[in-house]
Design a protein around this ligand. Sequence first.
Ligand code: ATP
Ligand code: MG
Length: 527
Amino acid sequence: VLSKGKFSATFGIRSGKFLLHPQVSPEGKKSKNPALWWVDGAGEEVKWSFEELGVLSRKVSNVLSDACSLQWGDRVILILPRIPEWWLVNVACMRTGTVLIPGTQQLTAKDILHRLQKSKAKCIITDESVAPAVDSVGAECQSLKFKLLVSDSHREGWLNFKDLLKNASSDHHCVTTKCQDPMAIYFTSGTTGSPKMTQHSHSSYGIGLTGKKPGSVRYWLDLTSSDIFWNTSDTGWAKSAWSSIFSPWIQGACVFVHKMPHFDPRIIDDCQLFVFSFPLSYTFKSLRHCVSAGEPINPDVMEEWKAQTGLDIHEGYGQTETVLICGNFKGMKIKPGSMGKPSPEYDVKIIDENSNILPPGKEGDIAIRVKPTRSPFLFTCYADDPEKTEATIRGDFYVTGDRGMMDEDGYFWFVGRADDVINSAGYRIGPFEVESALVEHPAVVESAVVSSPDPIRGEVVKAFIVLTPDYASHDPEKMMKELQDHVKKVTAPYKYPRKMEFVEQLPKTISGKIRRNELRQKEWRKD
Ligand code: ATP
Ligand code: MG
């Protein structure tokens, strides 16, 4: 399935016979689920109840406040793989009022320098694989005062997290925070430029992901306290806060973690690894609910997924800035290719350049109403950047930067990022529709569609295509003609790519998103 498209998926696994603990939670009975169940695939296992999580996170809070003298508002960069300590630091930062800034392990020394300087973080917590990179740039970061190493070994200039934890008290007085106080800063994926520091408050993810209203994000993930939930997103992204911390724990569900060394977008392979490397009673049948977010998902991929598993993918649409904007919630009819309906936490509209609301069927900017009241779930600001924050507001709305359309039934359809929409001889063409058409062809693994200069039309549609191995040696001229005819058949003919280039791979962000702007810039630089 995955060879056909791009996934960022999350799996909810209903408890049942496959669990190590008897988790079945009959009505009224408290679930015996641990809060965190961690395995490393090599026989190591950690299980913490919510109570144990409380004790340990209070100890970590004392490490932050005592050993590192961190105070309310101090910023802490956390770069760790999927190890239990990552969860403890998340909770400890909330308790101490320090502002958590997670980062992915794939950051280079240059990225780390940029983040340390931009955020003015006072503390960094990481392991021995990233510590040398930090040391190579540390001298250029005046604000950095404490380096905490999560490791059994020691390193000069670093405090040892595990030693400090052993000796820390489990009594900790939780700092009182106001709902708009900063809780965390998440860097965006950097798909369109330099990643932005998106600041969230103590109310935004906490309350936003509680979602008491019917049809809210809570119903997107469909979790209960008897569920075990496996989210595979990298610990460096906001999606981990959504799905590895707030959503499951607010519902009392168990967070299952498999310590995969690196993020691998071929997530189904990982899933099969999980499923098949466990005793046979851990069957794929246990999988009950699947969601996907972060990039549009081609209808063709959804169909194949359903054919293989019998399950729908409940697509969700959101941003680091917003939590969930639209979703296919439990019980809703799914229209493949649509992002579903707005989360009831937000008033989502399609607007034009003068912030007028557009009627169903009209393409425009996807926007969230922020006046007269700005939802507490929305990010507070881009940290230390009031201009950039201000630039997201148009009239009464926060403008997402994405283009879309709402149909008569209130379903939202993604057209593309505003910058990615192609304007060819007066026709506006969204890349997603063309890419979805292309991926339906058996020769196409994935594609990126961008604008390319043309002397007559101004710009035309160009597709960069990764071919499946079976088709890689086909005559490029014939292949191009075949794919053009295919697109003309499955979508409005004017959208077909007049230019095509076959490539080995597409440029992507470290989180695996296609960087169309890089391809577009190259096209326009040529002429
Ligand atoms: P940057 O803002 O740094 O360029 P980014 O926008 O990719 O990076 P994220 O906040 O991780 O950073 O991603 C949010 C964006 O991802 C959305 O604005 C949208 O363009 C895209 N996206 C998320 N979910 C979906 C979805 N279901 N369908 C289509 N696009 C999606
Ligand atoms: Mg963005």
